[in-house]
Design a binder for this molecule. Structure first.
Ligand SMILES: [Zn+2]
Length: 79
């Protein structure tokens, strides 16, 4: 189970109140202060390959898609 998917289980057990209480007590992943798990892509929620430079806070895949709109240009690819 990844940290992003624990909410799916809550949807499955929402009608069993005691189970929800126990699940929240024992199974919700703790908030990370540092490391890969602390930073999430603001666009898709991915954890890996995170770009923090210029306060972008997106993963490399999202950066590739939105870079042109943000004003980034590839060197030697003038359009
Ligand atoms: Zn992303």
């Amino acid at each position: 189970m990844t940290t992003g998917s624990y909410e799916k289980i809550l949807k499955q057990i929402k009608h069993k109140k005691n189970k929800v209480v126990r699940f929240k007590k024992h199974n919700i992943p703790k908030k990370r202060k540092q490391g890969i798990g602390a930073r999430k892509c603001s666009r898709c929620g991915r954890y890996g390959a995170h770009i923090r430079k210029y306060d972008l806070n997106v993963c490399r895949q999202c950066f590739r898609e939105i870079a042109h709109e943000l004003g980034f240009r590839k060197k030697g690819h003038e359009v």
